[in-house]
Design a protein around this ligand. Sequence first.
Ligand SMILES: [Zn+2]
Ligand SMILES: [Zn+2]
Length: 349
Amino acid sequence: MYANRARTYASLTLLCVIAGLSGCESTVYPPPPPDQALTQFDIPSDPKVIIFVIDGARRSETFADTSHAYIPHIWNDLRPQGTLLSSFHNQGITATVPGHSSMITGTWQNLANDGTERPTQPTIFEYYRKTHSVPQSDTYVVSGKSKLNVCSYGTDPLYGAAYGATEDVNYPDDHAVYDELMNVLQTDRPRLVLACFPSVDLAGHSSVWSSYTSAITAADSLAWKTWNYLQSDSFYTGQTYMFITNDHGRHNDANGGFTNHGDGCAGCRELMFLALGPDIWAGHSSDGYFTQRDICSTVGYLLDFPVPNSQGNLMPDIFTPVSTGIAEPFPDDGAAPPGEGTNTSRRKN
Ligand SMILES: [Zn+2]
Ligand SMILES: [Zn+2]
């Protein structure tokens, strides 16, 4: 769609150095002077992003469960291919509309949870369409819950409906959302999709533990099938990023348990996050602190559009480390020169 490019990483690296973020590993990103911190990534020439949201799964049943019994595919099949962020949070309102709206605007969205309010800031769909002049069919909100149609665009007058995503909502369960997602991927071939799977949240509210955990296992299977589909389709394979995450968690047991959610307890705030795709560090896990707001900024980076109103940050920890050339041995030390040997540097020279 647009020319191949590499992305500058300087400001991010500098930010990490200043902030001393635990996620910026010193062996990967040594603190070079700012004018030398021009680490770059290769991004595919025609990148796509699928945000796969499992509504209301508590982290104690996903990544924080040491048995990982309910997420066999995500844990055993997908995690080795991607980066797991073990400290990923909703620090805003822990409900469905606010949670989804925060991840796509990069701002904490204090919105009604009934679909009567749209995000007050531009969404990734609006930024993307306005920057690249792509049609509405290139962007989709595929959602079981009909109220998430409000995620297609926000109320900022500089953006809005003219740049909104296709609203494709109101499906009864995760399997129906998956079927529609497959239909959309095969027909309109969108490059930016927010896919919202409702069944875990609905099962949680039923108070039946076995229904809740069964729904997580079903969503786990659908995430695996979705990723496999993306690898089988020549339009998407090798060009597509998929983030698996949640809009919110659920109360931990000290705050009412799994039936409900919506406050600031750790169970409601702690989310799963797994990134997959080209340049994503395979088999990597980071405990660096990130939040839903960082999804907006990272999608903007991947699809090459500015996100001026986002208060989030790019998530550096998910990318395969690229050598800066600093602190590497000189060739006359007898060691392999920078960029050779076991270091699979992708730095542009
Ligand atoms: Zn709910
Ligand atoms: Zn709670």
